[in-house]
Ligand binder design. Sequence first.
Ligand SMILES: *[C@@H]1O[C@H](CO)[C@@H](O)[C@H](O)[C@H]1NC(C)=O
Ligand SMILES: *[C@@H]1O[C@H](CO)[C@@H](O)[C@H](O)[C@H]1NC(C)=O
Ligand SMILES: *[C@@H]1O[C@H](CO)[C@@H](O)[C@H](O)[C@H]1NC(C)=O
Ligand SMILES: *[C@@H]1O[C@H](CO)[C@@H](O)[C@H](O)[C@H]1NC(C)=O
Ligand SMILES: *[C@@H]1O[C@H](CO)[C@@H](O)[C@H](O)[C@H]1NC(C)=O
Ligand SMILES: *[C@@H]1O[C@H](CO)[C@@H](O)[C@H](O)[C@H]1NC(C)=O
Ligand SMILES: *[C@@H]1O[C@H](CO)[C@@H](O)[C@H](O)[C@H]1NC(C)=O
Ligand SMILES: *[C@@H]1O[C@H](CO)[C@@H](O)[C@H](O)[C@H]1NC(C)=O
Length: 577
Amino acid sequence: MLLSFICFLFVTIFAEVGATTNECVISRCGHHGPAIRFPFWLKDSQPDHCGYPGFQLSCTEKHQTMIELPNSVKLLVKKINYKSQEIQVHDPADCLPKQLSDLNLSASPFQFKVKHDHSLQDITLLNCSLPANRGFMRQIPCSSVPGYQVYVVDSYYTLFHDYDNYDLLSCSKMYNISSVPNDIFEHFYLNWSKPICRNCEADGKRCRLKSNSTEPETECFIISKKAQGPMVGSFLLVLVVIMFYRVHCTNKLQRENQIKIEKFLEDYRALKPSRYSFADIKKITNQFQDKLGQGGYGTVYKGKLSNEVLVAVKILSNSKGNGEEFINEVRTMGRIHHVNVVRLVGFCADGFSRALIYEFLPNESLEKFIFSTTIKNRSLGWKKLQDIALGIAKGIEYLHQGCDQRILHFDIKPHNILLDHHLNPKISDFGLAKLCSKEQSTVSMTAARGTMGYIAPEVLSRNFGHVSYKSDVFSFGMLLLEMVGGRKNIDVTVDNTSQLYFPEWAYNHLDQGEELHIRIEKEGDDKIAKQLTIVGLWCIQWYPMDRPPMKAVVQMLEGEGDSLTMPPNPFASTSPT
Ligand SMILES: *[C@@H]1O[C@H](CO)[C@@H](O)[C@H](O)[C@H]1NC(C)=O
Ligand SMILES: *[C@@H]1O[C@H](CO)[C@@H](O)[C@H](O)[C@H]1NC(C)=O
Ligand SMILES: *[C@@H]1O[C@H](CO)[C@@H](O)[C@H](O)[C@H]1NC(C)=O
Ligand SMILES: *[C@@H]1O[C@H](CO)[C@@H](O)[C@H](O)[C@H]1NC(C)=O
Ligand SMILES: *[C@@H]1O[C@H](CO)[C@@H](O)[C@H](O)[C@H]1NC(C)=O
Ligand SMILES: *[C@@H]1O[C@H](CO)[C@@H](O)[C@H](O)[C@H]1NC(C)=O
Ligand SMILES: *[C@@H]1O[C@H](CO)[C@@H](O)[C@H](O)[C@H]1NC(C)=O
Ligand SMILES: *[C@@H]1O[C@H](CO)[C@@H](O)[C@H](O)[C@H]1NC(C)=O
C-alpha cells in the first residue's frame, strides 16, 4: 500500500509537470534523437523562454537535431549530456573543412571539449597536386577535386626547416585553424559553461529561466512541486489514480531499465578500444621520448593517456604491408577482457602510420625473470612461479573457450607474457592469432607461425596431426618447462651435454622416481617443481590428441599435484631408438 501511495505521488507529479510546462515540454526531433529540454529549445515550435540564448535547435527533414552556430555553421547534434554539460556534434555533410574556416566559437556559448588531457592543437590544411600521404597527414577526400588533394596536418610540421623533406613541395597552404581538438574530423564534443544547470541536474531537479528578470538567469525547480494538491480528491478518485499509477510505475521501471542499459552501453563503449590520430600518438608518447623496446614488428614507446593511465604504444614498422597483422590484433583484442590478457586501449590507423596502444605493465616480460642469467637475484620463488603458470593457463583457457569465437594465439612464449605490479601474468602480442569457431576442430594454415622452440610439431608438418587449439597447449608446455628449468629448453650456451635438452632430462629424472632438486629454498618447493614439470610434460605430448585441453591444464595446476600421473614419454617417437 505504501508502494501504491508512492506511485500515486509519482502520478500527480507527472500530471503537475505536464500542466505547468506544457509549451516547454521535453521534445525530440526523431525517435533516437537526443531529448531536448532547457537550456536547449526548438526554435520552430517553442517560445524563447523555454531555452537559453544560443541554444536554439531545429529539426532537419531527416529528423536529425541541428544546431546553428555563429557564421551559419550548422552541425548535427548526436548526444546531449545535461549532467556534464556537453554535446556531441558532427558535420551534416561529413565535410567539416568546408565549414571550418567559418567556425568561430567565441561568439557562441560553446567551447571545444577534448578527450583525456589532450590539449587543443593548431592545424593547417594543405592543397596538394601530388599524393603526399604521410603518417602525420590525414586526407580529406570530400574537399579534394580531381588532381588536387586536401590534407590536414598539425601546424607543427609546417614549422620545420626541413619542410621540403616531407615531400610537400606540391602543396600549398590553404588556411590555419587554431585551437581545435585533434579528432575534429570525426565527431567532436562541445561543452558549455553558462548556464550552469549541472547542480540542478545532479540533485534530480531541473533548470529553467527565472520568469521575471531582465538578464537571462536560471533557477532550479523541483519536478514534484505542489504534489499534495490533487490529494484532496475523493476516495474514488484515489482508486482511479492508483490504477493509472500502476501503469506509470511500469513505465517508470521501463525507463529505469532503459537508463541502466544506456549507462552500461556508455561504459562498454569506454572499454572498447578507441581510435587515435597520429597527432594523438605523438602527444601520448610525448614526441616518442621514452623507448621501451624494439623488434621486427616495430618500436614500443611508453606513453600517458592521462595522469593515471600509462600505456605502451607499439608503432608497427611494416605499415607498408597489407596490414593483416594489424587488423588481426585490433580485431582479436578489441573484444576480449580478462585479467590475464593484456588490454588494448586504442589504436591508430592514420595514413601509413599504424599503432596499437596497450595498458602499460611495469615489470616487463616473464622472459626477464626466468632467464635470469645476468641478475641472479631475480628468482621469483616457486609459489610465485606456480601462480604465474596458473594465470597464464587461465588466460589461454579464456582465449580458447571464453569468447564467442575461439582465439588461437600461436605465439605463446615467455617474451609474450607481461607481468603487472603484483606479478600477475598477462598474455600479449596477438599478431599471429587466429579466430575460429568453437566447433571447428582444425585450422587451416598456409605458413608455419610461431617461434622456434615453442612451435607444436603439427604446425611445422601436417604429418603429425591437425593444427588446432592443442598447438597453443604445446607452446604453453614448453613455456612451463622453461619456467621450471630457469633457462631456455634448447640452450646452446650450456656445454654440459647431459643438460642440453631440459624437458627430456626432467622426464628421465621423474620417470626414474628421482627428485628434480632445482633451486630449492623452502619446504614444498620440490613438490611444486614436480607438479609444474609433469603438467608441462603432458602439454608437450607429440600428438595433439594426447595433450590435455587448457581446462584440464588449469585443473592440474590448481590441484595438489600428488595425484598427477606421469605422462607417456613425449620424446619416444622422436628419439631414434
Ligand atoms: C571570432 O568572433 C569574435 C567575436 O565575434 C571576433 O572578435 C574574433 O575576431 C573572431 N575570430 C576569428 C578567428 O575570426
Ligand atoms: C587546390 O588548388 C587548385 C589549384 O589552385 C584549385 O583548383 C582547387 O580548387 C584547390 N582546392 C581547394 C579545395 O581549394
Ligand atoms: C599557419 O601557421 C603556421 C605556423 O603556426 C604559420 O607559419 C603559417 O604562416 C600560417 N599560415 C597561414 C596561411 O596563416
Ligand atoms: C570544457 O572543456 C574544456 C576542455 O576539455 C575544459 O577545459 C573546460 O573546463 C570545460 N568547461 C566546462 C564548463 O566544463
Ligand atoms: C514580475 O513582473 C511584473 C511586472 O514587472 C510584476 O508585476 C510582478 O510582481 C513580478 N513578479 C515577480 C514574482 O517578481
Ligand atoms: C614490479 O614493478 C613495481 C613497480 O614498478 C616494483 O615496485 C616492483 O619491485 C617490481 N617487482 C619486481 C619483482 O621487480
Ligand atoms: C641477493 O639476495 C640476497 C638475499 O635474498 C642478498 O643478501 C644479496 O645481497 C643479494 N645480492 C645482490 C647482488 O643483490
Ligand atoms: C653436468 O651435469 C651433470 C648431471 O646433471 C653433473 O653431474 C655435472 O657436474 C655437470 N657438469 C658441469 C660441468 O656442469
